[in-house]
Design a protein around this ligand. Structure first.
Ligand SMILES: [Zn+2]
Length: 255
């Protein structure tokens, strides 16, 4: 009997760890005061994202994931706020966390490439850089293609590692049908600073950019969930709107 009574709490603990509350696909209701996504803009590469934004409009972007724990938490926070963001994923991380890639897509966020393993592409030969770009994109596409009905998904948005670009890479973007998305408000979360300081830096950068812009956070830092929550709270209080960006359809290239 003693042995049985020990088994019950163990079973309950195991259920709690694997049960509904931890189901990544569970439906998350928007909070009553959710900021929401105010509008969507479709990028075609002819105009920079920044120039498509109106006063006090921002785009949320997350680089370097998907991270096994943190990306899920960021996704849940975005769902609670009814916000759509863009995730620029590393191919190596995408290939290790395919279910998270699918979840990002299924929750309606945009996906973009960020190279396979995040080298500084301007230090590579043109062919090595091209391999990094295509291999990274392919890893994301492979994960999305396992979603029924999404077999034709193609990456069209790209974020350069370290935001470094040269003329050759600029040309490659056009040749590959990819649209680079730049950043106005980097939170410098990669430097290990606390969430409060990250949000402060984002707002300083937004002001410098004229009161609008593309915001950058990094889920693998451990601060992205807190930063997202604090950021959205402050965006609301300062009268900002969040805009979703979409890639153009249909795909312009195949490989
Ligand atoms: Zn990066």
């Amino acid at each position: 009997m003693k042995r049985l009574s020990l088994l019950v709490p163990l079973f309950m603990i195991m259920s709690a760890c694997t049960g509904q509350t931890d189901d990544p696909n569970r439906v998350i209701e928007c909070l009553p005061d959710a900021i929401g996504t105010s509008r969507q803009i479709t990028l075609d590469g002819s105009v920079a994202t920044m120039d498509l934004l109106r006063d006090h409009e921002v785009v949320l972007t997350y680089d370097d994931g998907p991270h096994v724990h943190e990306t899920q938490r960021v996704l849940d926070e975005l769902s609670r706020q009814c916000v759509k963001a863009t995730f620029f994923l590393r191919g190596d991380n995408a290939s290790r966390n395919r279910s998270l890639v699918r979840l990002i897509r299924q929750r309606g966020h945009a996906l973009g490439g960020h190279s396979w393993s995040h080298p500084d592409l301007i230090r590579l030969s043109p062919s090595e850089a091209r391999d990094q770009i295509l291999r990274g994109n392919q890893a994301i596409e492979n994960a999305v293609h396992t979603i029924p009905g999404d077999e034709d998904f193609t990456i069209r948005l790209f974020r350069f590692p370290f935001l470094h670009i040269n003329d050759d890479l600029d040309q490659q973007m056009s040749q590959l049908g990819l649209i680079p998305v730049w950043v106005q408000a980097d939170g410098a979360d990669w430097s290990g600073i606390p969430a409060e300081e990250i949000v402060e830096r984002i707002f300083i950068n937004l002001e410098r950019a004229g009161g609008k812009g593309v915001i950058l956070l990094h889920p693998p830092t451990g601060t992205a969930e807190d930063s997202t929550r604090m950021l959205i709270r402050q965006l609301k209080s300062e009268g900002y709107s969040i805009v979703a960006i979409n890639p153009p359809e249909p795909p312009a290239y195949t490989h």
